[in-house]
Design a protein around this ligand. Structure first.
Ligand code: MIC
Ligand code: SF4
Length: 642
C-alpha cells in the first residue's frame, strides 16, 4: 500500500477503499480556529455532546485578532469558554497560527486530524492524515462521529536530488501548482516520496503540504522518518514518533517527478496560486509591499533566514515590509537570539504572531499596489485592496525583493545558513488545558447570533439565475473576509449583504429583492477556504441551488450540509446556453434528488437540461431535510421515540 492507503486503512470505519466511493474514517484529533470556530461550536452545542470524544481537540484563536470593536473579543470569549467546558484545549491569541502551533505541539505521525480550516493538511508534513472540513463536520468529529470523505486517488510526487541555494520548499509546491493547477488535486491525495524527501525538514515539508490545499486536494502527506524524529525531539515530543512510509513497489493512480536540483525560484502571479512564473522573468515588477508570514512560511527556519539576509541592511525606500512570526515559540526564539532586532533594525514592521495580512486583517496595500507575500493565496481582493496585484513567493525571494524594491531572483545571492536548533524553546503557557477548569460557564456576547437553519426541500424548486459566474470562483468571492467583515463571522444576517460582492456588488440586494434564486458558475466553484459562511450566507439569502461545471470538495460538502443543491452541468453547452435572469424550475425535486440526476427546466427559454447530483444516502437525507443539523435533529428525535 502507499502511505495514504495505510493511513486510511488504519482509520477506516465504513466503506470500501475504492476511489470515488464515500468512506468514513475515525478522527483522532480536531482543530478549529476562531473565524470558523464560532459556527463550529454553535453546531457542536446543538449536538448536545457533553465532552469531546477525540484523543485531543484544540480551539485556536489566531485569525480575528485586530479587535477594532467588541465583536472579535466576544468571539474569543465564547470560544474559550465553550471549548474548556467541553474538554477542548484552547490556544490563546498570541500563541500563534493554528497550523504552525499544531505542527510544533500537537501533530502526531500516523494519526488523523480534521480541522475547520482548509490548510489543516499542513500536518501532513508530519505524516498525519490531516483534512480540512466545514465546521459542522468538525463538530461531528468532536462528538465522536467519523469524517466522511470520498476515497481519494493517490498522486505520487517523486522528489529526486536536492534544492540549490535559495531555492526552497515553497518553490516545490509552486512547481506542483504550475503542473497540476488549482483544480488538479480535487478528489486526490498528494503523496511525496523519493530520495529528495530526506533533504527536507518537517517545517519545509509542512510548507508543501500546507499549500497543497491550493490544488484542491483532499490532503497531502509526507513519510515520517528520521527528520520527523529530529523535529519531534527538538520539540521534546520524541514519544510521539512512529516511522511511516509507503510499501516498496506501492501503486499510485498518477505520478509526477520533480528533480529538485532543476528548480528555480518561482512566483504565483495575480490572481491565482497556479499562475506560476519564474521570478527571473519578473524582475521589472516594482514592489510596494512585502509580507512575510502565514501558515505557509512562518517557521523558525524561514524567519531566521529572513533575519540573516536583512541583517545590517535597510528595506528599499518604496517598500513596506511586514513580518508575522508563526508562533509564540518562533517569536520568542527570534527575540532571544537577536534575529528580531536585526529585522526591526532593517525596517521590518513586526506584527503579532497571527494570520494577519494573509486574511486581510490589516496591512491592505495601497491602490494599484504590487504586494509580494510568502502566503498561500492571492485571490482577487483577498488582501483587502481590490486593485492590488499579489505575488506569492518564498521567504528568500520576498526578503531580497524587500531590499531591492523589485521582484528579485535570490538564486545567485548570498544564502546564509540557518541551523535547525537541537531544542526549540517549549513553553505552553498560552495553551489552556480543559482539565484545569471546572464549571465553566459559556460566555455569549451580543455578537453571537444563532446558527441559521434551512427548510426541508420542497417538491418544486423555482428561481431566477441571479448570477452567471466564471470558473474558479473562490470562497473569498462568495463570502469575502477582511478586517471589516471578519468580526461578523458569528452574524450571518450582517455578512449576507456582502455575498459575492467582489464579483457583483449588487448580488445580495438582487437576491433579497427576488426572495432568493439560483447561482450558476463554471468549474471549481468554491475553491479555497473551508468557511461554511460561503454556504450559510447564500442559504440566508434564499439560494436554493448552485449549478456549476464542478465544485471544490469542502465547499460542496458545506452546501450539502446547509441543504443547498450542488448541481453539476452534464454538458458545458448547457452552461453556455443559460443566461443570468433566466427562470429555472425543478419539478418533483424530492424524488429527483434521490436518483443522482436532476432535470432542470429553463422556463424563460423553454428547454430542459440534465444535471448531475451524485449524493450518498447520508447526503440525500441532509438535502431532503434542508441541511445536516435538521436531519440529525430528526433522526435523534426518531431514536428517542423508538
Ligand atoms: C483562509 O486562509 O482562507 C482561512 C481564513 O484560513 C479559511 C478559513 C476561514 O475562512 O475562516 C480557510 O482556509 O479555510
Ligand atoms: Fe491563517 Fe492565512 Fe493560514 Fe488561512 S492561510 S490559516 S488566514 S495564515
Amino acid at each position: 500500500m502507499n502511505l495514504t492507503q495505510k493511513l486510511i486503512a488504519s482509520h477506516l470505519v465504513e466503506g470500501k477503499m475504492i476511489a470515488g466511493e464515500e468512506i468514513a474514517i475515525r478522527i483522532d484529533r480536531t482543530l478549529t480556529q476562531d473565524s470558523t470556530g464560532t459556527m463550529a461550536y454553535l453546531q457542536f452545542e446543538a449536538l448536545g455532546v457533553d465532552k469531546v470524544k477525540t484523543l485531543c481537540s484544540v480551539a485556536y484563536i489566531d485569525h480575528n485578532t485586530i479587535q477594532s470593536g467588541f465583536e472579535n473579543a466576544d468571539d474569543h470569549a465564547y470560544i474559550q469558554s465553550v471549548a474548556l467546558k467541553h474538554g477542548i484545549f484552547v490556544s490563546k491569541p498570541g500563541n500563534g497560527i493554528c497550523h504552525q502551533v499544531n505542527l510544533e505541539r500537537f501533530a502526531v505521525p500516523g494519526q488523523t486530524l480534521a480541522g475547520s480550516d482548509s490548510h489543516t493538511p499542513t500536518a501532513g508534513g508530519m505524516g498525519m492524515l490531516a483534512i480540512g472540513a466545514g465546521g459542522l463536520d468538525v463538530a461531528l468529529a468532536m462528538g465522536g462521529a467519523p469524517l466522511r470523505i470520498v476515497m481519494p486517488k493517490v498522486v505520487k510526487v517523486g522528489l529526486t536530488g536536492a534544492l540549490k541555494p535559495n531555492v526552497t520548499a515553497k518553490d516545490i509546491i509552486l512547481e506542483v501548482l504550475r503542473v497540476m493547477t488549482v483544480k488538479g488535486g480535487v478528489g486526490k491525495v498528494i503523496e511525496y516520496t523519493g530520495d529528495g524527501v530526506k533533504t527536507l525538514s518537517v517545517p519545509n515539508r509542512a510548507t508543501i503540504t500546507n499549500m497543497g490545499a491550493e490544488l484542491g486536494a483532499t490532503t497531502s502527506v509526507f513519510p515520517s522518518d528520521e527528520n520527523t524524529l529530529a523535529f519531534l525531539k527538538a520539540q521534546g515530543r520524541e514519544k510521539d514518533f512512529t516511522p511511516l512510509c509507503a510499501d516498496k513497489g506501492a501503486e499510485y493512480d498518477e505520478e509526477i517527478s520533480i528533480d529538485l536540483s532543476s528548480l528555480v525560484p518561482l512566483a504565483a502571479c495575480p490572481h491565482s496560486p497556479d499562475n506560476v512564473k519564474k521570478v527571473s522573468e519578473l524582475s521589472s515588477v516594482k514592489v510596494d509591499q512585502v509580507c512575510v508570514g502565514s501558515c505557509t512560511n512562518s517557521s523558525y527556519r524561514d524567519l531566521m533566514k529572513v533575519a540573516a539576509i536583512l541583517k545590517g541592511k535597510t528595506v528599499a525606500p518604496s517598500v513596506s515590509l511586514t513580518v508575522s512570526p508563526g508562533s509564540k515559540q518562533v517569536f520568542t526564539m527570534l527575540a532571544r537570539n537577536g534575529a528580531l532586532a536585526d529585522m526591526i533594525a532593517a525596517g521590518a514592521r513586526v506584527l503579532e504572531c497571527a494570520c494577519g495580512p494573509c486574511i486581510g486583517m490589516g496591512q491592505s496595500p495601497k491602490t494599484d499596489a504590487v504586494s509580494v507575500r510568502t502566503f498561500n493565496r492571492n485571490f482577487y481582493a483577498r488582501s483587502g485592496t481590490k486593485s492590488a496585484s499579489v505575488y506569492l513567493v518564498s521567504p528568500e525571494t520576498a526578503v531580497y525583493t524587500a531590499l531591492n524594491g523589485y521582484l528579485t531572483d535570490p538564486s545567485r545571492l548570498p544564502c546564509p545558513e540557518v541551523k535547525t536548533p537541537d531544542r526549540f524553546e517549549v513553553n505552553d503557557n498560552l495553551i489552556l488545558d480543559p482539565k484545569d477548569f471546572d464549571d465553566v460557564e459559556v460566555v455569549r456576547g451580543p455578537n453571537i447570533k444563532p446558527f441559521p437553519l434551512g427548510k426541508p426541500l420542497s417538491d418544486e424548486v423555482k428561481g431566477e439565475v441571479l448570477i452567471k459566474a466564471e470558473d474558479n470562483i473562490t470562497t473569498d468571492h462568495i463570502m469575502p473576509s477582511n478586517a471589516k467583515l471578519l468580526p461578523y463571522r458569528s452574524n450571518i444576517p450582517y455578512l449576507a449583504d456582502y455575498c459575492l460582492a467582489p464579483t457583483d456588488p449588487d448580488f445580495a440586494k438582487r437576491a433579497k429583492e427576488k426572495g432568493g434564486g439560483i447561482i450558476v458558475a463554471g468549474s471549481n466553484y468554491g475553491q479555497g477556504s473551508s468557511r461554511e459562511h460561503a454556504a450559510l450566507v447564500p442559504l440566508y439569502l434564499g439560494i436554493k441551488a448552485v449549478i456549476a461545471k464542478s465544485f471544490a470538495r469542502i465547499h460542496r460538502d458545506n452546501l450539502i450540509n446547509s441543504g443547498i443543491l450542488p448541481l453539476e452541468f452534464e454538458s458545458d453547452a448547457d452552461y453556455d446556453r443559460l443566461k443570468a435572469g433566466d427562470v429555472l424550475q425543478i419539478c418533483e425535486a424530492r424524488e429527483q434528488v434521490t436518483s443522482g440526476y436532476v432535470t432542470v427546466r429553463n422556463v424563460t427559454q423553454g428547454y430542459d437540461f440534465r444535471t448531475l447530483l451524485p449524493l450518498s444516502a447520508r447526503q440525500t437525507r441532509y438535502v431532503l431535510a434542508g441541511g445536516a443539523l435538521n436531519s440529525l435533529k430528526t433522526s435523534n428525535k426518531e431514536k428517542r421515540n423508538d
